[in-house]
Design a protein around this ligand. Sequence first.
Ligand SMILES: [Fe+2]
Ligand SMILES: [Fe+2]
Length: 169
Amino acid sequence: MKFFSANLDSLRKLYRDQIQHLYSVETQITEALPKMIQKASDPELKQALETHLQETKGHVTRLEQIMHEATGKVDSKRSKGMAALIAEGEDVITDATDDSVRDAGIIAAAQKVEHYEMAAYGTVRNFAEILGHADQANLLQQTLQEEKHADAVLTNIADTANTRADKAA
Ligand SMILES: [Fe+2]
Ligand SMILES: [Fe+2]
């Protein structure tokens, strides 16, 4: 049960709400990625996740910039969706008893995260355009492109990693 209503009675407030959730999404990913990198075995996968960790830190900075512009302060609203996705990914990493199967599981978890982000950034970029915040829409579009690229890189790695996993035990 919620004790405080967010009172979302305008697109402007919904936009701010969604940005605050995204801030939580990105900070949660920033904490989760180092564990995934550590548990990954394929050097190519490790490198791709490391590159995206650095990009993710930039995503956090862009959201901070947007919130500073809008309200002068940075606010976060915990994303339950991302917490659940990360928890699922951690379960797979723990349960996998073969390195290549674990890699396939890490890719699966990471791609779910990227698709969540792609949906969320596509939405807020559109909100920003409609609300007349062209600069913010541009920043959000840059992040959206990096999420899409990260997903495409993982799809490529999955080609060989999943075949390797298929040969396990
Ligand atoms: Fe991101
Ligand atoms: Fe991402």
